[in-house]
Write a protein that binds this ligand. Structure first.
Ligand code: FE2
Length: 283
């Protein structure tokens, strides 16, 4: 439950940190389950996800991950011959985007009652989880995430995207914690959107980027393992590369309001047999 002070803080800054959102058992079960998913993953099924070069994401593997559990590698994971330089479990950038609906362990963690309560408290009428991502931020090679707003990638009309970033390890400046510009969610959302063509064979940006953000205003959001960071969909945020020896695992959910329109050209489209679930209707 968010206190009135929490709600005021979220409205002022566009983010809110809640320590101890996940129990140590939930953290351990998420980490154990992701290990078994990686064990079953055939690494010849390789795709690179880069948030700095989105042309790389224009593949069916990426588009189809809307309703699958797909693995995406770090750009720096490969040598010149295209072979992994380290074991696959230390090479993956992230796994997404339907862990919450397809994996029983991540289902339980994602559809916690507390999430429903928080969503209603921050004004989401019919919250549903649009995507889930397990992010590794691998030691030494964890790539940067360029400054962005999540509503650019998960747009609804009116905008309703909200991020729920859960630390599965301590996140610090050293291992590439989130950084955000407090209050940036209050400036107008630019028309830039990440979309796909009708066949789902290409993804690309449409619309116009807004004014340049002043990155000097970024503040680090260092949090302890188990913490939740709630991120307004229009908050400008990023993370730096991880050059340390420590990974920085996190589970990130993005909710949208089922009462808002989900455009047919959003990159993420679910097939009819796997629609978004409304949180209130889950156990
Ligand atoms: Fe983001």
């Amino acid at each position: 439950m968010l206190s009135p002070t929490d709600l005021a803080q979220f409205q002022k800054d566009g983010y809110l940190i809640l320590p101890n959102y996940l129990s140590s058992d939930e953290v351990a079960s998420a980490r154990k389950q992701i290990t078994s998913i990686i064990d079953r993953f055939d690494s010849s099924e390789v795709s690179v996800f880069s948030t700095t070069d989105h042309s790389v994401t224009s593949t069916s593997y990426f588009v189809e991950s809307a309703s699958r559990i797909n693995c995406f590698f770090e750009e720096a994971a490969f040598d010149k011959q295209g072979q992994l330089k380290q074991p696959k479990e230390l090479s993956i950038n992230k796994i997404g985007h339907a862990l919450h609906d397809l994996d029983p362990v991540f289902y339980l963690i994602s559809y916690k009652k507390e999430l429903t309560v928080i969503c209603h408290q921050i004004g989401i009428e019919a919250p549903s989880i649009a995507q889930s991502q397990y992010i590794f931020k691998q030691p030494g090679i964890g790539g940067k995430v360029a400054p962005h707003r999540d509503s650019t990638f998960l747009y609804t009309n009116p905008p309703s995207c909200t991020g729920f970033w859960m630390a599965l390890e301590d996140a610090t400046l050293e291992n590439g914690c989130l950084m955000a510009i407090p209050g940036s969610h209050k400036s107008e959302l630019e028309s830039l959107r990440f979309v796909r063509n009708a066949k789902g064979t290409e993804t690309f940006f449409i619309g116009e980027a807004g004014p340049q953000w002043n990155l000097n205003q970024m503040v680090p959001l260092e949090v302890a393992c188990g913490s939740l960071i709630i991120l307004h969909g229009a908050l400008v945020h990023m993370s730096t590369p991880n050059r340390s020896r420590k990974s920085r695992h996190a589970l990130v959910l993005h909710t949208v309001d089922g009462a808002a329109e989900w455009p047919a050209d959003n990159w993420l489209q679910r097939p009819d047999n796997l629609p978004f679930k409304i949180l209130d209707q889950q156990v």
